[in-house]
Design a protein around this ligand. Structure first.
Ligand code: PEP
Ligand code: MG
Length: 325
C-alpha cells in the first residue's frame, strides 16, 4: 500500500470533478523537508519554529534563525512556506525564559502573549523571517490570536522590524503576507473583523477543539470528550470559512483534523481547498481526495447542520466518503 501511495506523489491533487487542492506539510524541523518534497506537498503550511528555541540554553540569535528559515525557503523552491512565530508556553517550556507556574497553562502565558510581552525576542524572530523572505515564498503566521488588539500589536512589531531592515539596507519582501491561526473561539466569533485585516486564516483544530469543548487536549481522563466532529466545532469551522470567503482571503486547516480522511467532505462542502498536515498523512489524504467528487459534498452542510452529535456527524460523513485505504 505504501508503494501504491508513493506513486501518487506527482499526480495533480484534485477531485474527480476537477476541484484543485493544496496539500501542504506541517513541519517542526528541516530534517523533514526531503520527505515533504518526496510526497509531493504543495509547500509547508505550518512551520512550527519552537524546535529552533528548544534544547539549548539561550535564545537563538537572528543569524541562526535566518539561516534555518532561508534554508527551508530555498529548499522548497517557489513553494509556499508558512512560518509560525514562537508558540511556547503551556506544556512547551524553555529553560532560559522564566515562565510562571500556572494553574491552567493552556489558558496562560503562551504563544503570541509571550511574543507581545517579550518584543525583543519577537522582533528578532520577525527580522530573521523577513530577511529569509527575500529567498523564497515565505508567509508569517501568528499563533493564538484572540483579539484585534493583539493582531495590531504584533503588526506594530513587524513594522518596526521592517523599518530597521530598510534603514540597514537589508532586502526583504515588503508586502509579505501575514495570517493568523484560528484556534481560540473568540477569534472565530470575530472572524469577520479579523478577516478584514489579515491575508489568510489557518485553522488550528488541535487547540480550537480543546478550547471550544473545554477539554484539555493532553488529558487522557477526558480524551473521550475531545471530539473534532462535535456540532459546536462544525459550526465554528463554518463561521470561520464564511468570514474568510466574504473577505476574499484564503483559509487553510492545519490541525490534526486536516489529515483525517473522514473530514474531507467537510472541507469540500465549505470550499476549503488548502490543508496542511503531518508529512506522513499527505498521500493518504490525496488518495482519498482523488476519489472524491465535489458535487457529492456540495450540499453536505445542510445535513451536517441538522446533526445533534458527533456520532451523527460521522455517520453523515461515512455516507460521503470514498476510501480504499
Ligand atoms: C493547532 O492548534 O491545531 C495547531 C496546528 O497548532 P499546535 O498543534 O502546534 O498547537
Ligand atoms: Mg495550536
Amino acid at each position: 500500500m505504501h508503494d501504491k501511495l508513493q506513486t501518487l506523489a506527482p499526480v495533480p491533487t484534485q477531485t474527480q470533478d476537477g476541484v484543485v487542492f493544496q496539500l501542504a506539510a506541517n513541519i517542526s524541523s528541516v530534517k523533514e523537508l526531503d520527505q515533504v518534497l518526496r510526497n509531493g506537498a504543495s509547500g509547508v503550511g505550518l512551520f512550527r519554529t519552537e524546535f529552533i528555541y528548544m534544547d539549548r540554553d539561550s535564545l537563538p540569535p537572528e543569524e541562526e534563525q535566518f539561516s534555518v528559515y532561508r534554508q527551508v525557503a530555498e529548499k522548497l523552491g517557489g513553494k509556499r512556506v508558512v512560518i509560525r512565530t514562537l508558540d511556547i508556553g503551556g506544556e512547551k517550556a524553555l529553560d532560559y525564559i522564566a515562565l510562571p507556574e500556572e494553574e491552567n497553562p493552556s489558558l496562560g502565558y503562551r504563544a503570541i502573549r509571550i511574543s507581545l510581552d517579550r518584543t525583543d525576542l519577537f522582533k528578532t524572530q520577525l527580522r530573521a523571517i523577513l530577511r529569509a523572505s527575500h529567498y523564497g515564498n515565505i508567509q508569517i503566521l501568528y499563533p493564538m490570536i484572540s483579539s484585534l488588539e493583539e493582531l495590531h500589536k504584533a503588526n506594530e512589531v513587524l513594522e518596526a522590524a521592517k523599518q530597521e531592515l530598510r534603514a540597514e539596507k537589508i532586502p526583504f519582501k515588503a508586502n509579505i503576507e501575514v495570517g493568523i491561526m484560528i484556534e481560540v473561539p473568540a477569534a472565530v466569533i470575530i472572524a469577520d473583523l479579523l478577516a478584514a485585516e489579515v491575508d489568510f486564516f489557518s485553522i488550528g483544530t488541535n487547540d480550537l477543539v480543546q478550547y471550544i469543548l473545554a477539554v484539555d487536549r493532553m488529558n487522557e481522563t477526558v480524551a473521550h470528550l475531545y471530539d473534532p466532529f462535535h456540532p459546536a466545532v462544525l459550526r465554528m469551522l463554518k463561521t470561520t470559512a464564511t468570514a474568510a470567503q466574504a473577505n476574499g482571503i484564503h483559509v487553510s486547516v492545519c490541525g490534526e483534523m486536516a489529515g483525517d480522511i473522514r473530514a474531507l467532505p467537510i472541507w469540500l462542502g465549505l470550499g476549503i481547498t488548502e490543508l496542511s498536515m503531518s508529512v506522513q498523512s499527505i498521500l493518504r489524504v490525496k488518495n482519498s481526495l482523488l476519489q472524491s467528487r465535489y458535487k457529492e459534498s456540495a450540499a453536505i452542510w445542510d445535513e451536517l447542520l441538522r446533526c445533534t452529535s458527533g456520532t451523527a456527524v460521522l455517520e453523515v460523513l461515512n455516507h460521503h466518503s470514498h476510501q480504499d485505504v
